[in-house]
Ligand binder design. Structure first.
Ligand code: HEM
Length: 474
């Protein structure tokens, strides 16, 4: 008993907790990273919160986040349970990957997904060829805007989603396709349903989800998005031929045929829906939002845009399609892309983790089952690491000789066992889409438009407010 008490006396500090709601009133759930940054200043790198009766610990700054995610990787590898996803089919036997508990099924599914994405290339084309091909379609669509002001959000989303869609379901959607527009709309709605106070409350007081009609009403967008995924899979099943693996879904179906062992590793039909939905949701909004930030910064910093274009002209020229091999010869462009990810800060609080066992962090005791928030924003803007943390400054990624360097605190994809599974794909998409667009166009702010806002709006990701651009062919 004394030992237990001593350990708990080393539990991290935090704001005063009220009966029932705990510390929920201390957090602005529409901008949680802002609240965390304020509490960070008051309580230090590691502080506790209490969402009703759920214990949470927020980890801030490069040193503490690295210690948790890298040095004590397994201790922090679990995920909390999210009752709010049950109505979509998430449950004990099928958890997908993103919210899966740390264990055998998660490991097997993650391994399978990584190797399928990496080795396979899917079908006859490599993943890189697919991205390059899609970049061509994107440029044609941008060109069709005829140099008039337009919001490039839809086109960029369409391009990025097409990469994921062809890889998973073997299907791409033409730009302007009405069904696809509907899908993106549903997806955006489903993201915003997860932000704010109410979903947090439903997660920590799941009994409220048992009130008839509540999940259907609160998470209407999520359900509609999942129904859409179901239609894509059902369509796919009709043409399934075990002798020919066309895409990720086929590879998963083939794995399912392996019987009991495969079943234990999570290869079941429900998980096929959930894993592909996971890849779709984790892999589309994140990458397309980053690209939109990149183009926004080019509007705001035309001199940086010109320097990137000069490097593209020198290394690739105006006609040749950019390839990943060009990247090593393009330190400035790489620096601009990395700085976009740092300053754009698109996943400011990453995804929640949970402690897998009792553990210690920087001298504090954190018991098993504690929800952990890694404040990635505090790492990407850590004043102890970055020269100009609150400015867009590509030189953060260049040494004195103009060569590309990547500081260790560059963690937009997080780190450790749950590090982003799509990091390689995302980096490929960012490089190829960005260089292809700037090779073909100069992006300018339309004359009558106000300067776009540089702060973001938060709905799980931190994305730019809508803005208009003109794409002038080069
Ligand atoms: C997880 C960032 C693109 C698939 C994550 C996490 C972050 C992240 C911060 C949470 C890691 C953690 O829990 O500590 C990003 C960013 C992207 C991006 C910034 C683009 C710029 C992608 C893409 C895919 C993807 C393209 C899919 C192909 C996933 C998956 C997870 C994940 C499946 C869950 C991993 C697990 O729990 O084991 N990502 N991501 N992401 N990401 Fe990404």
């Amino acid at each position: 008993f004394m030992k237990r008490r001593r350990r708990w006396s080393r539990y991290p500090p935090g704001p005063v907790s009220l009966p029932f709601i705990g510390t929920m009133l201390c957090i602005d759930f529409n901008k949680p990273h802002h609240s965390f940054n304020q509490l960070h200043k008051k309580f230090g790198n590691i502080f506790n919160l209490q969402n009703c009766w759920t214990n949470m610990v927020v980890v801030n700054g490069y040193k503490a986040v690295k210690e948790a995610l890298v040095h004590r990787s397994e201790d922090f590898a679990d995920r909390p349970y999210f009752p709010m996803y049950e109505h979509l089919g998430y449950g004990e036997k099928s958890e997908g990957i993103v919210v899966a508990r740390y264990g055998h099924a998660w490991k097997e599914l993650r391994k399978f997904t990584l190797s399928t994405l990496r080795n396979f290339g899917m079908g006859k084309k490599s993943l890189e060829e697919r991205v390059t091909e899609e970049a061509g379609f994107l440029c044609a669509a941008v060109n069709a805007e005829g140099g008039h002001p337009f919001d490039l959000r839809f086109l960029v989303n369409n391009a990025v989603c097409n990469v994921i869609c062809t890889t998973i379901y073997g299907e791409r959607f033409d730009y302007g396709d009405e069904t696809f527009k509907k899908l993106l709309h549903l997806f955006e709605n489903s993201l915003s349903e997860e932000a704010g106070f109410l979903p947090q409350l439903l997660n920590v007081v799941p009994i409220l989800l048992r009130i008839p009609g509540v999940p259907q009403k609160v998470f209407r967008g999520q359900k509609a998005f999942m129904d859409f995924i179901d239609v894509l899979i059902e369509k796919h099943m009709k043409t399934w031929n075990p002798a020919e693996i066309r895409d990720f879904t086929d590879a998963f179906l083939k794995e399912m045929e392996k019987g009991k062992e495969a079943e234990k590793s999570g290869f079941n039909y429900n998980n096929l829906r959930l894993v592909t939905a996971d890849l779709f949701s984790a892999g589309s909004e994140t990458t397309s939002t980053t690209l939109r930030w990149a183009l926004l910064y080019m509007l705001l910093h035309p001199e940086i845009q010109s320097k990137v274009q000069a490097e593209i002209d020198k290394v690739i020229g105006r006609e040749q399609s950019p390839t990943m091999k060009d990247q090593v010869n393009m330190p400035y462009t790489s620096a601009v892309i990395h700085e976009t990810q740092r300053w754009g800060d698109i996943a400011p609080i990453g995804l929640p983790h949970m402690t897998y066992r009792d553990t210690e962090l920087q001298g504090f005791f954190i018991p098993k089952g504690t929800t952990i928030i890694t404040n990635l924003s505090s790492v990407l803007k850590d004043e102890a690491v970055w020269e100009k943390p609150n400015e867009f400054y590509p030189e953060h990624f260049l040494d004195a000789n103009g060569q590309f360097v990547k500081p260790e605190a560059f963690l937009p994809f997080s780190a450790g066992r749950r590090v982003c599974l799509g990091e390689q794909l995302a980096r490929m998409e960012l490089f190829i889409f960005f260089t292809t667009l700037l090779q073909k166009f100069t992006f300018v702010l339309p004359k009558d438009q106000p300067r776009p806002r540089e702060d973001g709006c938060f709905a799980l990701t931190n994305s730019p407010y809508p803005f208009l651009v003109q794409a002038i062919p080069r």
